[in-house]
Every structure is written in C-alpha cells, then in structure tokens.
Design a protein around this ligand. Structure first.
Ligand code: ZN
Length: 228
C-alpha cells in the first residue's frame, strides 16, 4: 500500500516492493531531485494544463517544471469547465496578459522581455508577471483534445518559437520539431529572459531521467525501438 506524504516533504515512502520519492514520484534509484534547482520566473508565471492521461506517466516532464519554477501552476484534466483553478486563470487577467505556447499559423514568435523595464516596474510596485505563459501537456492528440474541449483557449493569443531537436529520445513524437513540455518551457523561458541560460537548468533533471531510462532498457532495446 502507498502511504501519502505531505507535499514538499523530501524522502521516500515504501510503495509495495519499492521505495518511491515523495517529491518527484519516481522510484528511489531513479529520483532526479538532486538536480532540481529553484528558478525564479516571476516575470513569466507558468500554468501547465496537463492532460489526465499524462498524470500517471512515469516519464512525464511537467512535474520537473512544477518542482523547479517558483511560479508554476499545474492543472490536471481535459475539459476544464468545472475547474475553479482554470476559471480563475481565465478570469484573473485580460486575454492579452495570457499567452498560449502552441504552434500554428496564428501564433506570434516569442520576443525576449525587456528585463530592465520589468525590474523597474516591479520596483515601482507593479505586479511581477508581465504575462502568464500557458502550456498544454500531453501527446499531440491530447493537446488537441484539450483545445477542443476548452474553446476559451482559442481566444488566448498563441506564441511560439523554433525549438532545437528534442532530447526526449525515449518517447516518439510525430515530428522532429516536437519537444517535451519541459524542453518547451526551458527554451521559451530562456529566450524570454534573453538567453541567460538559467532556465536551461530545467533540462538537468530531464536529461538524467532520459539517460536513466535508456540505461534501464539497455542500448540494444533503445537502438531498436527509438533510433532511426
Ligand atoms: Zn525525487
């Protein structure tokens, strides 16, 4: 039986015949928490709309963001019409203050923030966040399902950027330019913060998780199933 532990408490709990980290939810020997760093993203608060199918996936990456980013909200579901968290997200700001990170012909390329201006505004008493970045977490089919189930998302300005080739080599995407949620966040936040590199630290735990998975399956299986 699994014993629940309070959120944020480090350590492991016994779950059937294995020990599980209460923070990252992974087996103790694959825990990546030693690579989690706290990253202040107050200028760009992040909301991750995580598809229900993604919640139990051991290789899900939204949790890395939740553990690392100081301003990160994780909302699980598909149809969010009954979600108070989602409704407060939609209602708490003007549509222009929200941005949905999603590719498409209507998506605007991301632009780096004017950090000096933002710091001055915060020092002058303004709220921290310039806009909230919304990310939809799941397979392509999952993300389309969320967009269809929540038409209000269509009214939120879409932003996008060109990502490097994905390092998520243990999961197949429909195209090479597809990246995992944590990669999308790491590259987007890094770009918004003028390429200073801090947010690329999000990829430390991610790379560790991928490397661990490859070691566990063995190079032969990895090569057969995941390499072209
Ligand atoms: Zn852990």
């Amino acid at each position: 039986m699994e014993r629940e532990a309070p959120d944020g408490v480090t350590g492991c709990v016994q779950q059937l015949n294995r020990r599980v980290c209460v923070k990252c939810g992974r087996a103790a020997d694959s825990c990546y928490c030693h690579l989690i760093v706290s990253l202040n993203n107050c200028f760009v608060p992040v909301v991750i709309l995580r598809h229900s199918d993604e919640v139990k996936k051991p290789l899900g990456t939204a949790r890395i963001a939740k553990l690392s980013l100081t301003h990160c909200q994780l909302i699980d579901g598909v149809d969010y019409s009954d979600s108070l968290e989602f409704q407060s997200l939609i209602n708490r700001a003007e549509p222009a203050r929200l941005a949905l990170l999603y590719p498409g012909i209507n998506a605007t390329p991301l632009q780096p923030l004017n950090l000096d201006q933002m710091k001055a505004r915060v020092e002058g008493g303004d709220n921290c966040g310039d806009f909230t970045l919304i990310v939809v977490d799941g397979t392509w089919r999952n993300t389309r399902e969320i967009l269809l189930a929540n038409p209000i998302l269509q009214s939120i300005p879409k932003v996008t950027m060109s990502f490097p080739v994905s390092r998520y080599t243990v999961r197949k995407g429909p195209a090479e330019e597809c990246v995992s949620t944590i990669e999308a966040l790491a590259y987007s936040l890094d770009y918004l913060y003028s390429g200073q590199g801090a947010f690329l630290r999000l990829l430390d735990a991610f790379d560790y998780m991928v490397d661990y998975q490859i070691k566990r399956m063995g190079q032969e299986v990895f090569a057969r199933n995941y390499l072209k």
